[in-house]
Design a binder for this molecule. Structure first.
Ligand SMILES: Cc1cc2nc3c(=O)[nH]c(=O)nc-3n(C[C@H](O)[C@H](O)[C@H](O)COP(=O)(O)O)c2cc1C
Length: 325
C-alpha cells in the first residue's frame, strides 16, 4: 500500500507502533520495522541519553529498516536532558522522531536540520493545525479511545479524523482504537493515510513485557478502561485494576483539592513493576478501549500481514462488492 505516510518514512505498510513507556524497547521497534511498519523506541524509558544511544545501536543490530524514537514532552517532576536525548538520536542516525505532549517547536530546527522527519501526536484539530504551522512533517491524530493521554476534549476518532482531514494539508495517521484491517480501511476512509497502534502492539510475541500484561489485554473488554487524573488536567486512559479503583476513590473524595502527591503511589514509578515484573495491580498503566478487539498474541509480522490482507479483502471484496451489486 502506498500513501504519503509510507513515502515520507520509507516504509512498506502504513502502520506505526507508537512510543510506549517500558514497552518500546529495541526488540519491539525492530520487530515492527522488520515486518514493514515503523517501530518506535521510547526515548524517556532510557534513563540517560547514553542508554538511549545504546538502545538505538541495539535496534540497528536487529533491523536494517527505518525505525523511530519517541520524545515525550510531558509535565514531569524533573525535566529530562532533552538536548542529550536529541544528540543521541541524531548521532544514532535515526531518521524519524515521534514527538508528543508539549509543543515541539523548539526542537524542530535541530531535528529537521539533521534530516529527521517529525510526526507529532495530537489529540485535537487545533493542536494538529499548530503542529502543521510550526513545520511538523506529519501528525498522529489520537482520538478519545486511545490508551495513554487522550487530552481533555473527548472527541472520538469518528469525528476527530474527518475534522482533521477537513483542515490539515500535511499527512496524518489515525491513532487510538486501531487494531486490525477494519481499523486501517476505516481510518483511510476518514482521511488518514495510515494508522498508529499502541495497545495492540503490546499483545505481540516480541513485545518485551511480562506475559501477565499481554494476558490482561487479551482478557479485557472494551468496558475495562478508566480515565484517571482528570482533575489534574493530565487525563490518562488506563486498564482498571485495584490501584485504579483506589485512585478514583481518592479523586472522588478529594475533588478539586486533589494534588499529584495524593496519588503518587498509584502513578509514579509503577511501569517497571507492571511491564517487567508483571505485578498487575502495582499501579495505573495506559491501555486503550481497543483491548476489546484484541484476542490473541501474534508475532508483529503475523499481525501486520493479517492487517494488510484483511484491508485488501475489505476494499476489493466487501466494499467493491457493494459497488458491483
Ligand atoms: C502502555 C502504554 C504506554 C504509553 N506510553 C507513551 C509514551 O511514553 N509516550 C507517548 O507519546 N505515548 C505513549 N502511549 C500512547 C501510544 O503511543 C499510542 O498513542 C496509543 O496507545 C494509541 O492508542 P491505542 O492504545 O488505542 O492504540 C502509551 C500507550 C500505552 C498503551
Amino acid at each position: 500500500m502506498k500513501t504519503r505516510i509510507t513515502e515520507l518514512f520509507g516504509i512498506e505498510h502504513p502502520i506505526i507502533q507508537g512510543g510506549m513507556h517500558y514497552v518500546g524497547f529495541a526488540e519491539l521497534a525492530a520487530a515492527v520495522s522488520n515486518a514493514g511498519g515503523l517501530g518506535i523506541i521510547t526515548g524517556l524509558t532510557q534513563k540517560t541519553p547514553e542508554l538511549l544511544a545504546k538502545e538505538i545501536a541495539r535496534c540497528r543490530e536487529m533491523t536494517d529498516k527505518p525505525f523511530g524514537v519517541n520524545l515525550t514532552f510531558l509535565p514531569t517532576v524533573s525535566s529530562p536532558d532533552y538536548p542529550g536525548y536529541i544528540r543521541a538520536i541524531i548521532e544514532g542516525g535515526v531518521k524519524v522522531v515521534e514527538t508528543a505532549g508539549n509543543n515541539p517547536q523548539k526542537v524542530l530546527p535541530v531535528l529537521q536540520g539533521a534530516g529527521i522527519k517529525v510526526i507529532h501526536k495530537c489529540t485535537s484539530v487545533r493542536h494538529s493545525l499548530k503542529a502543521e504551522a510550526i513545520g511538523c512533517d506529519a501528525v498522529s491524530v489520537d482520538g478519545f479511545e486511545c490508551g495513554g493521554h487522550p487530552g481533555e476534549d473527548d472527541i472520538p476518532n469518528f469525528i476527530l479524523l474527518p475534522r482533521a482531514a477537513e483542515e490539515l494539508k500535511i499527512p496524518f495517521v489515525a491513532s487510538g482504537g486501531m487494531a486490525d484491517g477494519r481499523s486501517l480501511v476505516a481510518a483511510m476512509a476518514l482521511g488518514a493515510e495510515g494508522m498508529n497502534m499502541g495497545t495492540r502492539f503490546i499483545a505481540t510475541k516480541e513485545a518485551p513485557v511480562h506475559e501477565n500484561v499481554k494476558q490482561a489485554i487479551v482478557a479485557a473488554s472494551e468496558l475495562d478502561t478508566r480515565l484517571v487524573m482528570r482533575p489534574l488536567r493530565n487525563t490518562e486512559r488506563v486498564l482498571r485494576n485495584a490501584a485504579v479503583d483506589r485512585l478514583l476513590e481518592k479523586e472522588k473524595t478529594l475533588g478539586a483539592e486533589l494534588k499529584f502527591e495524593d496519588i503518587i503511589e498509584e502513578v509514579a514509578g509503577v511501569y517497571p513493576k507492571i511491564m517487567l515484573e508483571g505485578t498487575m495491580d502495582a499501579g495505573a498503566w495506559s491501555c486503550g478501549m481497543v483491548a476489546g478487539l484484541i484476542h490473541d498474541v501474534p508475532t508483529c509480522k503475523e499481525l501486520i500481514d493479517r492487517i494488510m490482507s484483511e484491508a485488501d479483502a475489505i476494499i476489493r471484496q466487501r466494499l467493491g462488492g457493494f459497488l458491483a451489486a
